[in-house]
Ligand binder design. Structure first.
Ligand code: NAX
Length: 327
């Protein structure tokens, strides 16, 4: 029997958390032979709800769930964690500016970054989901320098998956025919969903679709604004698809990306593609043996450059807004 992997999940009793942890415990994320220990963190007011979730997890009798901890103390929740999935944060409410959200949620990531630094495994892999995810990851990383800086990532996978699905439906092909979409930049409406490097049945997606107007006027804005579209239709933000994107992100990071394909992850920029160092930016990456590498040398047209830079400028602005929260 393999050693269990310790997985901390913050905001575990929230909507995404509730949809996520059953999938982790079932083996969807790390495979059906890998035991897991769940370390679930919430705020005090949600501890009773979290107890109920823990009861349900027990009632599933998952063979791979070899331990569980529920707590409102970050140092306990992160102790010895190998994987840390940071979902817990305040959602944006009416009248709140992006800068208000940056400060309110940034404070959570400052506190939790400090806790990670104290108690998480130095090799822990961190995925930030709570918005604004890219900048929250930057804040946490600035306080937890004992962990490898390359191991702080933010979630762009929902945007990536949305792009794959939209390309497939427009091309009239199954989603398995589509590879190599990219969600560049920030997880916000300033991201750049890139179909130009994608392929459908091995043919360039832009040639396959052969409709530049659709790509510019429909595809790009549709992916950029998909979160809002879901919010309007459901009356609440993406949950099942977001939990699924977490499963995909961590699975591919740890177990590897399929050959001849890549995925999108928010990772610390190393200056690739002229993106400023010091921001966490969505790049195409390939993963193997628990490490990711940014896919280099893709051709960037002036049209793409403009959109990639716009996203970078937004991330630099966000970083300026939260400088006082950084370590
Ligand atoms: P919910 O409000 O349902 O759940 C959030 C949970 O976090 C709550 O249970 C709350 O008690 C908990 N929490 C708040 N502060 C905490 C703290 N300091 N420590 C531990 N737990 C804390 O929101 P949900 O729908 O689950 O969304 C969670 C976050 O994901 C939001 O910030 C949302 O904007 C973000 N999203 C990010 C996405 C991405 O692709 N990066 C997509 C989906 C989602 O919009």
């Amino acid at each position: 029997m393999r050693q269990p992997v310790r997985i901390a999940v913050t905001g575990a009793a929230g909507h995404i958390g509730y949809n996520l942890i059953f999938r982790i415990a079932s083996g969807d994320m790390l495979g059906y032979r890998q035991p897991v220990i769940l370390q679930l963190l919430e705020i005090p007011a949600m501890l009773d709800a979290l107890k109920g979730v823990a009861m349900e997890l027990n009632d599933c009798a998952f063979p791979l769930l070899s331990g569980m901890l529920i707590t409102d103390v970050p140092e306990d929740g992160f102790a010895g964690a190998d994987i840390v999935i940071m979902v817990g944060s305040r959602p944006r409410t009416k009248g709140m500016e992006r800068s208000d959200l940056l400060t309110i949620n940034g404070e959570i990531f400052r506190t939790q970054g400090k806790a990670l630094d104290k108690v998480a495994s130095p090799k822990a892999k961190v995925l930030v989901v709570g918005n604004p995810a890219n900048t929250n990851a930057l804040i946490a990383a600035s306080h937890a320098k004992r962990l490898d800086a390359a191991n702080y990532t933010s979630m762009m996978r929902l945007d990536h998956n949305r792009a794959l699905s939209k390309i497939a439906s427009h091309a009239g092909r199954p989603v398995t025919s589509v590879r190599k979409a990219i969600a560049w930049g920030n997880h916000s409406s300033a991201q750049f969903p890139d179909l130009y490097h994608a392929v459908v049945d091995g043919i360039s997606a832009s040639q396959f679709i052969h409709d530049p107007q659709w790509i510019e006027k429909e595809f790009i804005p549709a992916i950029q604004n998909r979160g809002t579209e879901i919010l309007e239709a459901r009356g609440s933000s993406s949950v099942g698809s977001a939990a699924n994107a977490v499963v995909c992100h961590v699975r591919d990071w740890l177990l590897g990306t399929p050959e001849n394909d890549w995925v999108s992850m928010g990772v610390a920029s190393d200056g690739s593609y002229g993106i400023a160092q010091g921001v966490i930016y969505g790049f195409p990456v390939q993963c193997s043996q628990g490490r990711y590498a940014i896919v280099e040398n893709l051709e960037i047209t002036p049209f793409m450059r403009e959109r990639m830079d716009e996203s970078c400028r937004q991330l630099l602005w966000e970083r300026d807004q939260v400088r006082h929260l950084m370590g």
